[in-house]
Design a binder for this molecule. Structure first.
Ligand code: ZN
Length: 300
C-alpha cells in the first residue's frame, strides 16, 4: 500500500443545502488537509434515502465548487457502499457483540436512563428477544466499554460507552445502516488519517473508534471543531432551519467562516480572489488558534 501522509474528508448529509455550521466543518477539514499537503475528499452521506432532500446533493457540490474547494478523486456516495456495510455487519455478527432488538423508540425512551445524547438503551433484548416480537434493529453491545482517545484540539477524551451512550443501533429492519457504521467503515476502508468535524459528533467518534477497532481497521486522528450556534445557543442545523450559505458572495462567506475559526484575513486578501484567499488561509492555518471550545456563535 502506498504511503499516505494525510488523508481527510468532508462528509455532508444531503438533507438540505450547506449552512454555516457544515461549512465550518468543510473549511476546517480542508485547511487542515491542505496545510499538511494532504488529500481531501468529499463523501456524500446519502445511505439513508429518507434523509436525502431533492436537489441537496447537487446544491452542496455546487456550493463547495463556487466557494473554491478542490477535492481529490471522485465524490464518494455512501448509497453505493451498501455491500461494504453489509460485510462489516456480518463480520461484527461473527465476532459477537451485536444482537437483534425488538424495542420501539417509545419503549426505549420510557425505560431509559438519560445519557449524553438522550436515552440510554437499558439492554432489554441483550440476552434474548421478547417472545413473539420481531427484530426491529441490530444493536451493538457496549457492556463494559470505555473509550479513550486524543483529540488534536480538545485534548484527551474519555467516554464510558455503557453508561453514557448505551447499546447503539447499527442497522434498522427497514434496511438502513446506522451513520456510525457507515462512517466508520468508510473512514477505515478509505484509510482516512484525520477526521475533522463538529464537536456535536464527539460521542459518535467514540462509537466509531470502537467499531474500527473491532473491525481491525485503522483509526484516524480526530479534531472536533466548535459547533456554530445561533443567538439562542441552538446548534445551526437543517432542523433549526439554518440559513443556507450564499455562494454568490464567496469571499464574504469564507471570511466569516475563518473568523469563526479564529483566523482573520487582511483586508487586501479578503478583497482579492477566491484562490488567493484560500492560498493565504492554507499558509496561515493554525489549528490550535481555533481553541478548545465546544461551541461558538455563528458570524454573519
Ligand atoms: Zn430491545
Amino acid at each position: 500500500m502506498d504511503q499516505i501522509i494525510y488523508r481527510g474528508r468532508f462528509a455532508p448529509t444531503p438533507s438540505g443545502p450547506l449552512h454555516f455550521g457544515s461549512l465550518v466543518a468543510a473549511t476546517g477539514s480542508y485547511l487542515d488537509a491542505r496545510s499538511r499537503r494532504g488529500e481531501w475528499h468529499v463523501r456524500i452521506d446519502d445511505h439513508d434515502s429518507l434523509r436525502v432532500a431533492p436537489g441537496a446533493i447537487e446544491s452542496i457540490l455546487h456550493c463547495l465548487e463556487t466557494l473554491g474547494f478542490e477535492w481529490d478523486g471522485p465524490v464518494l456516495y455512501q448509497s453505493k457502499r451498501r455491500p461494504a456495510y453489509h460485510a462489516a455487519l456480518h463480520r461484527l455478527r461473527q465476532l459477537g457483540p451485536i444482537y437483534p432488538c425488538a424495542c420501539t423508540r417509545k419503549e426505549v425512551s420510557d425505560s431509559a436512563i438519560a445519557g449524553v445524547e438522550g436515552p440510554v438503551y437499558p439492554g432489554t433484548c441483550r440476552d434474548t428477544l421478547p417472545p413473539g416480537r420481531p427484530a426491529r434493529a441490530l444493536r451493538m453491545c457496549v457492556q463494559g466499554m470505555r473509550i479513550d482517545f486524543h483529540d488534536r484540539l480538545l485534548g484527551p477524551q474519555h467516554l464510558d460507552l455503557e453508561r453514557e451512550v448505551g447499546d447503539f443501533i447499527l442497522y434498522r429492519a427497514d434496511g438502513v445502516y446506522a451513520f456510525h457504521l457507515a462512517s466508520a467503515v468508510d473512514d477505515g476502508e478509505y484509510r482516512m488519517t484525520d477526521v475533522v468535524r463538529g464537536a456535536d459528533l464527539l460521542e459518535s467518534s467514540a462509537r466509531q473508534i470502537q467499531l474500527l477497532r473491532l473491525l481491525g481497521l485503522p483509526v484516524p486522528h480526530y479534531v472536533h471543531l466548535p459547533v456554530a450556534v445561533d443567538q439562542h445557543g441552538e446548534k445551526l442545523s437543517k432542523q433549526t432551519k439554518a440559513a443556507p450559505v450564499d455562494p454568490t458572495r464567496p469571499l464574504l462567506v469564507l471570511r466569516a467562516v475563518l473568523r469563526f475559526l479564529n483566523h482573520t484575513v487582511p483586508d487586501d486578501v479578503a478583497e482579492a480572489t477566491v484562490p488567493e484567499l484560500w492560498r493565504y488561509a492554507v499558509d496561515h492555518w493554525d489549528l490550535l488558534r481555533v481553541g478548545p471550545r465546544l461551541q461558538g456563535r455563528a458570524v454573519d
